[in-house]
Design a protein around this ligand. Structure first.
Ligand code: MN3
Length: 202
């Protein structure tokens, strides 16, 4: 069963002005589609062909040697972009509430400290292309980075919120990662992130 591009849960211009329509069109319709177009043939005729992408990425060591690199990069790209776009929404932002807010406070001290740690990691420490994540590690929450299209799920952690820090995600609308991260907080769908946390921590 080949993967297909999940439709955006909002219009291409819905994240304006924080992420402009042109960036969303290229990022979703072209880049995300391209990862799917490249992972599908790599899984064809393997036992992983009809498995959810999460399961594939948790078992990269079991992928045949000659396909592992493609599956890691392109399958990771498919999964990461699915997580990314579905955790954004127009007119969102604000702060999480309930159990997720409590977990953020327990792990980082406050929501402001979490934002600072996330921005510091993704906008400053990450060298080159990759992702910054809020993850559940089985006990609490942490901020982690992955290079390229790797995903924390391959390293035993559950991704709750990810920001794409490849230049295609923000350039040329934003010339600095810091400005992109500031815009990002206006469009985070915390209800979706809380849903992921509830599923991971139950
Ligand atoms: Mn991307």
């Amino acid at each position: 069963m080949a993967y297909t591009l999940p439709p955006l849960p909002y219009g291409h211009n819905a994240l304006e002005p924080h992420i402009d329509e042109r960036t969303v069109r290229i990022h979703h319709d072209q880049y995300h589609q391209a990862y799917i177009d490249r992972v599908n043939p790599a899984l064809k005729d393997t036992i992983w062909d009809d498995k959810p992408i999460e399961e594939v990425l948790k078992n990269l060591a079991s992928i045949p040697d000659d396909r592992r690199r493609t599956v890691r990069n392109m399958g990771g790209g498919h999964y990461n972009h699915t997580l990314f776009f579905e955790a954004l929404a127009p007119s969102c932002g604000g702060e999480p509430s309930g159990a997720l807010a409590a977990a953020i406070n327990a792990s980082f001290g406050s929501f402001a400290s979490f934002k600072e740690a996330f921005t510091q990691a993704g906008a400053k420490e990450l060298f080159g292309a990759g992702w910054a994540w809020l993850v559940y590690n089985g006990k609490g929450l942490e901020v982690t980075l992955t290079a390229n299209q790797d995903n924390p799920i391959s390293f035993g952690k559950v991704p709750l919120l990810g920001i794409d820090v490849w230049e295609h995600a923000y350039y040329p609308q934003y010339l600095s990662r810091k400005d992109y991260f500031e815009a990002f907080w206006h469009i985070v769908n915390w209800a979706k992130v809380a849903e992921r946390f509830a599923a991971a921590a139950r």
